[in-house]
Design a protein around this ligand. Sequence first.
Ligand SMILES: Nc1ncnc2c1ncn2[C@@H]1O[C@H](COP(=O)(O)OP(=O)(O)OP(=O)(O)O)[C@@H](O)[C@H]1O
Ligand SMILES: O=C([O-])CC(=O)C(=O)O
Ligand SMILES: [Ca+2]
Ligand SMILES: [Mn+2]
Length: 656
Amino acid sequence: MELSSRVIQDTMQFTFSTYFIHFIFYLNLIFDHNFACMSHYKSLINRTFNLSNKKNGNKRRLNALSNQKLSFAALCALHFKIPTKKMAFGETETQPQTQTPEVVQAKKYDQNDVDKVSHFTPTICVSDSALKFTNVLYNLTPAELYEHAVKYEKGSFITSTGALATRSGAKTGRSPRDKRVVKDATTQDDLWWGKGSPNIEMDEHTFMINRERAVDYLNCLDKIFVNDQFLNWDSENKIKVRIVSARAYHSLFMHNMCIRPTEEELENFGTPDFTIYNAGKFPCNRYTHYMTSSTSVDLHIARKEMVILGTMYAGEMKKGLFSVMHYLMPKRQILSLHSGCNMGKSGDVALFFGLSGTGKTTLSTDHNRYLIGDDEHCWSDKGVSNIEGGCYAKCIDLSREKEPDIWNAIKFGAVLENVVFDDYTRLVNYADKSVTENTRAAYPIEFIPNALIPCVGPHPKNVILLACDAFGVLPPVSKLNLAQTMYHFISGYTALVAGTEDGIKEPTATFSACFGAAFLMLHPTKYAAMLAEKMQTHGATGWLVNTGWSGGSYGSGSRIKLAYTRKIIDAIHSGSLLKTEYKKTKVFGLEIPSEVEEVPSEILDPVNTWSDKNAYNETLMKLAGLFKNNFETFTNYQIGEDNKLTEEILAAGPHC
Ligand SMILES: Nc1ncnc2c1ncn2[C@@H]1O[C@H](COP(=O)(O)OP(=O)(O)OP(=O)(O)O)[C@@H](O)[C@H]1O
Ligand SMILES: O=C([O-])CC(=O)C(=O)O
Ligand SMILES: [Ca+2]
Ligand SMILES: [Mn+2]
């Protein structure tokens, strides 16, 4: 009886869900029919190009397009190392197939095969898909991209301030566990592999399978977007990047985040130094070797290519390119940094290191200083340069009063990801976390009034390490010597509270080497050695700033007021903090100032803010233990040439 009723129940559920799926499918059909209707679409394209002819800038676009035969097949052919003659669009391959399909089949990964694999290129055989016409929409303007997004991409709307609000789909953050890097002759000795490394290996053959999957998917579409842009404002070390994507959202995001070329630069763009194939709407095949989910973000350094499958989160492109820079720049003796950067009126530069959510964007965007960049920089012999052309700010609980410059940057041209807004007024509710806590705004850097263009500056004077300590035991500010700076840089600590919905949760400590292990390509000690050398040469001062909790851990204490953190940062910039008195804390050995202008002195030593002193001591010891434990993996490495510094760094951690 019980059993049969359950069967009925299950059947009912099945029927209901089947109907539901059909219903959704039906809606989709209506949607697709209305919106993706080819004739409608083609007229739009024609209109764009006809209009284009009239203006200079658009003529350039037409030229670029006709160069590439208006077809993605041809675009890919430029990068496919086709063994026979280069195919023009629509031309079919006449060469007999030289490789049997078995050869093409996925082989089991074998280290010795790595080189061999790269020597064969399967022949592209005749198939109807080769005749497919795909329009290449090349470096469209924000207005054009808005039109595409609003018309064809579900969930895209214009907000009350003119920003393009859109959804990134199932993934609302990066997928570090799905990042793969091709291990081959180029990378096997150079890169950081194994424990703690973000570089999960894959072989070249598997990369090519995923690449083909992405390219085939993109080729199936009626249109794709292509952005040709630059990375790095240092003109001698500029990198040309091409981003091929399926969504206007992705194209606008990269338009904002990379450096936008001038007409002339675009005319002479030539071959890109690196290309992304973003087929994020399409999954990888989970039966493909090395795949552990339907998402795969694959980097092939030697081919200068990246493939994205199974995630539409745009940050993958931004941070994928950042990884590439973390490989390319150190080869040129340039240090790449996960940091914000700004400059005072007198030319004093500060770097802001910190993990996600610790305040790089918030604190580098400072009305009284020039913004060089909010997230990714290079430090060369000449000084600092921003890698990007835009900012990517967290929007959760954003307020006009506390962060006016970011608030005002969210206007026409800005991309707003995964925010919730009122259907009618289109006013964004920044407090709403129902889609994700990681709501974001991507805008060109010139949307910040005092952005410094070009985004370059002299050598840094201050190196500020940000930690959002949800345990509430690190001082709001401490001065670091070089060894301490290196110890905390290599540790890369922060502690955030995971989810806020199911009541109070324990803070969890995160250690991420160089405040960005997820993007490192080489071993962390390589970057650390470069930072130490540069700080020493240019006499920069290190600081540790806790932007997290005070008066207790998460749950009993509260987050340090942004206004106080800003005052602390002001005192670092002005140099006044160097002049005050300091005392050394017991466990971490941190130098804490006795006073900071306009900040209540009692909060400067965290013990004062805890009512339960025992709880404070216990929590402090707990955190110290976590630091020590984390640093174990680095105790066998030498940092740079300097043995003495290595020893000092090892001694610069907490004592307990
Ligand atoms: N005392 C404080 N100092 C800095 N930020 C604070 C403080 N209190 C609250 N916040 C909030 O913390 C968040 C800091 O996020 P921010 O965008 O600056 O992170 P980020 O370091 O740039 O991270 P990501 O690398 O992910 O972009 C902002 O939402 C800011 O409003
Ligand atoms: O990469 C992202 O999505 C956001 C970011 O800046 C970071 O996590 O450092
Ligand atoms: Ca940021
Ligand atoms: Mn970042």
